[in-house]
Design a protein around this ligand. Structure first.
Ligand SMILES: [Zn+2]
Length: 526
């Protein structure tokens, strides 16, 4: 296997991709290198920016330098890291065709020593009729099949692209069928325009559809994704590789990249960055510099911002806090927030990728945090594994104590003393946001013993907590249900919801819950 996983969070992972020129840690961003015009020398990119992988275009190289015997792409670029080459598919998208056959461009990529190479797929593009989209998907699949005998003996890793654009059924078909072929890496085509138009929710659907239909163990490349703002979310969806020329294209338009979006240099009064370009410079000194120098420095800043964000993403994976970063980055643009909401609908899939135990507290900020894997996992396990304990015919719901673990809080121990005579028949559970029900026996387990939630709860979190509690009560079918209220933020709403299907609901609202008398009062109700 050329790809080995080291750590994971959500569908994101830290991996090692082995190529014939060395290993690359993923997720990785590869700057697009124009072989004819290098704003930044690739060698410098590796030494000063940490770019261990770059991508260039084999179609352009063949056109310009194809006559040179023994041409080697590493020598041409003067770069000793890993080089991926694209096949000219992008030129098909832009110019409507290329003067090369698939066999020629595959042989050429082998000949120049590419480490990762792409077959000549047909990009779907945007705003094209469905019949055209179908053609790009079927023709790409046909070429992927036809390429197999040509790449069999190759030392390079080969990429099998997925097409289909916004037509999710076609993306699914494309991903499923190419996933059955022996490719090393997959790539999702045509998202550039989606990103340029800020259609991030569409991007979420495209990526998730591709990801869920591809073999999970193979790396996924997101073609043309180079804005640091989208890295956290894209990695959370399982993208491992990214490439873009945005760092230099934006610089030509005098645009300054940040994780919170892009700013026109002329609108900047301060430089919100401490990269080598911005450190010791002011926005004014940058603005008044000669144009060529300014654009080169802007490209350098943009590349620093891009590479730094990838490190932030990787550290978040290690900490098991990638979702927190996704939430933070989603504040960069309303369409990113919309994408976060869209991604939340895939919470079941995100949960499957995550570790069960992260060893640190889980933070809940607002309702966006409800999509965290810990919440999804608890809800699932509660219904599947922790039904009504044998012999316990009464469900007692008490509010979450102010300290964790709930079951060792002194006030709770006093209440429990009052229940002692009939504890054998009472299933004691804490009603706690955002989980809903926390059975006493699970209160010391992770993450129920280690989490923080921002109060007061927002409406969605209150409703979610009530809904999860109701699900548990319905699924467990106790003879009696007792709700001890404490004026908690969803207490009355919970009573109303339980009352609607439990006419015999018993409610107790003592002034101070945390004493023995409360337990005794519960017994007197039964
Ligand atoms: Zn900077």
């Amino acid at each position: 296997m050329s790809f080995e996983l080291r750590d994971r969070d959500l569908l994101g992972r830290i991996g090692r991709l082995r190529t014939k020129s060395g290993e690359v840690e993923t997720p990785a961003f590869m700057p697009v290198i124009n072989p004819l015009l290098q704003t930044l020398a690739p060698r410098r990119m590796r030494e000063e920016f940490g770019c261990d992988i770059v991508i260039t275009n084999s179609y352009i190289i063949r056109k310009q330098f194809g006559d040179i015997p023994d041409l080697n792409v590493h020598e041409l670029l003067d770069y000793d890291g890993v080089v991926m080459t694209d096949s000219g598919a992008y030129q098909i998208l832009v110019y409507g065709g290329v003067e090369v056959t698939q066999t020629e461009i595959i042989e050429f990529q082998k000949h120049i020593g590419s480490d990762i190479a792409v077959i000549l797929d047909i990009p779907t593009g945007w705003d094209v009729p469905r019949s055209d989209v179908e053609y790009t998907v079927e023709e790409t699949l046909r070429r992927e099949e036809a390429a197999l005998p040509l790449i069999e003996d190759s030392e390079a890793l080969w990429v099998g692209p997925v097409q289909g654009g916004r037509h999710l059924d076609l993306v699914a078909r494309s991903a499923r069928l190419v996933g059955e072929m022996p490719y090393d890496v997959h790539a999702l085509g045509s998202p550039t325009e989606v990103m340029e138009r800020y259609m991030y929710p569409v991007l979420v659907d495209m990526v998730m559809t591709a990801k869920l239909n591809l073999p999970a163990e193979r790396p996924l490349h997101l073609f043309g994704a180079g804005h640091p703002m989208v890295f956290a979310m894209s990695v959370a969806m399982g993208c491992d590789l990214f490439d873009s020329a945005a760092y230099v294209l934006y610089a030509k338009d005098e645009r300054y990249m940040t994780v919170r979006g892009t700013v026109q240099l002329q609108d900047l009064q301060y430089l919100p960055c401490s990269c080598p370009v911005c450190r010791g410079r002011t926005a004014d000194s940058l603005k008044t510099m000669p144009r060529g120098e300014r654009q080169r420095l802007l490209a350098e800043h943009n590349l620093h911002a891009t590479m730094t964000e990838m490190n932030v993403v990787k550290q978040s994976i290690v900490e098991g806090r990638l979702w927190d970063l996704v939430e933070a980055r989603a504040k960069g643009h309303p369409q990113m927030t919309a994408a976060l909401k869209r991604l939340s609908t895939y919470r079941e899939h995100l949960e499957r990728g995550s570790h069960g135990f992260k060893g640190r507290g889980v933070f809940y900020y607002d309702y966006h945090s409800l999509a965290k894997p810990e919440v999804t996992r608890h809800a699932k396990q509660l219904i599947n594994n922790y039904g009504r304990p044998e012999g316990k015919t009464t469900l007692l719901l008490i509010p979450a104590p102010p300290e964790k673990p709930f079951n060792t809080y002194p006030g709770y121990l006093r209440l429990r003393e009052g229940l002692q005579p009939r504890l054998g028949e009472i299933n004691v559970c804490f009603a706690a946001a955002p989980y809903g029900v926390v059975p006493e026996s699970l209160a010391e387990t992770y993450p129920l013993s280690q989490y923080e939630i921002a109060e007061p709860l927002d409406h969605e979190t209150r409703e979610f907590t009530v809904e999860k509690t109701v699900e548990y009560v319905k699924a467990t079918g106790h003879q009696k249900v007792v709700l001890v209220g404490g004026g908690g933020s969803f207490d009355e709403r919970l009573e109303e919801a339980l009352r609607s299907f439990t006419p015999s609901l018993l409610v107790l609202r003592p002034e101070n819950i945390w004493n023995k008398e409360t337990g005794e009062q519960v017994l007197s109700l039964l």
